[in-house]
Ligand binder design. Structure first.
Ligand code: ZN
Length: 161
């Protein structure tokens, strides 16, 4: 079965950012599962998945506009340290969660003062070209419930009951 809209796809991945040491993979874990055609994964990767079959292995180079977006230089803020969720070790480069009007968001620490901390609210992968190594594991039809929710269910899916 080929990957097309409304199919549930399982895949293993390794993703890296060529400019930094960032790398993440599903190695040793359950494959990632998503519903194709519903914006469940970054658009550049979803487009490369289209038409592939189980067993397919490929590399997709995805520019920031087709991944986590361009970095917004205005997404920097100075916030009181007490606004950080679970303030642990706070140092430049650390990823912290901060309470905003839109709810908790991830941010990267730029500078730490006595009471305030300068943070960058861009997604950690904003502005990055990402290189994905993909292996398609399985492709199946979505259930009516999955189509209604707009995401995959079951192991590795959006919510496991
Ligand atoms: Zn659901």
């Amino acid at each position: 079965m080929r990957i097309q809209a409304d199919k549930v796809v399982s895949f293993h991945y390794r993703v890296r950012d060529e400019e930094s040491s960032f790398t993440e993979s599903s190695e040793g874990k359950e494959p990632m599962v998503y519903l194709h055609g519903h914006d469940n994964i970054v658009p550049g990767l979803e487009a490369e998945m289209d038409g592939k079959e189980p067993g397919a292995k490929f590399t997709a180079v995805v520019p920031p506009e087709r991944a986590y977006g361009l970095a917004n230089p205005n997404a920097r803020a100075r916030v009181p340290i007490k606004h950080l969720v679970r303030p642990g070790k706070i140092e430049p480069g650390a990823i912290v969660a901060v309470n905003t009007r839109q709810g908790p968001r991830q941010a990267r620490v730029l500078k730490v003062g006595h009471f305030n901390v300068d943070i960058d609210l861009n997604h950690p992968l904003a502005g990055k070209t990402l290189v994905f190594d993909i292996e398609v594991v399985d492709v199946r039809d979505a259930t009516p419930e999955e189509l209604e929710h707009g995401h995959a269910h079951g192991p590795g899916g959006a919510h496991e009951d």
